[in-house]
Design a protein around this ligand. Structure first.
Ligand code: MC0
Length: 146
């Protein structure tokens, strides 16, 4: 069962400048940063609120680390902006299988590693009315910055 908005992924050209915009304009602070080489992104998670299922909702700012990454491709075509939305679930495997049975393309055979040790998969945007959609099962984590 999808129980929350886990995050909204926002693609940007310059992560540090974009983080500073969200800090100085809205007061949102960085909760966690990491590089995900498999996905080709450097990211900052800004926590917006805790949620009733023990999780949280974040803005995820994404800067590409290489030109052949999906985010770099998307930025070249669209410029900066909302890249995807992610729903939180306690059971990414079960929910992905159930959604696949409804005819939506699930992009990964098995969930992969996402932000903060989460397990993630994606649904094809062409099957989701133009929205790249991610499913996330969070790992219990402590915040970190590096
Ligand atoms: C592509 N399309 C999108 C889109 N990306 N539509 C809406 N939102 C997006 N973000 C559309 C294109 O405009 C195009 O439509 C069609 O999908 C095919 O796109 P393409 O540019 O030709 O690229 P493909 O087919 O090679 O790849 C698209 C696909 C890919 C969605 C399969 O981007 C993908 O695998 N995404 C999932 C992984 C990902 O995005 N990772 C980065 C975030 P037209 O009409 O022009 O044909 S990593 C992350 O978020 C992590 C770390 C985390 O949350 O923890």
């Amino acid at each position: 069962m999808l129980t929350r908005i886990d995050h909204i992924g926002i693609a940007c050209f310059d992560l540090d400048k974009t983080v500073e915009f969200y800090r100085s304009t809205y007061g949102f602070e960085v909760f966690h940063t990491e590089v995900n080489e498999e996905q080709g992104v450097r990211e900052a998670m800004l926590k917006i609120n805790e949620t009733s299922d023990g999780g949280a909702s974040y803005l995820q700012l994404l800067e590409p680390t290489r030109e052949d990454s999906t985010v770099a491709k998307w930025l070249a075509k669209n410029g900066e902006g909302v890249h995807h939305i992610a729903f939180g679930t306690a059971d990414v495997d079960g929910d992905a299988a159930a959604i696949k049975d409804k005819g939506v393309r699930v992009l990964y055979e098995e969930p992969r590693r996402g932000s903060m040790g989460s397990r993630i998969t994606f649904l094809h945007p062409k099957d989701c009315h133009g929205v790249l959609t991610e499913l996330v099962t969070s790992a219990p984590v402590e915040p970190s910055e590096h």
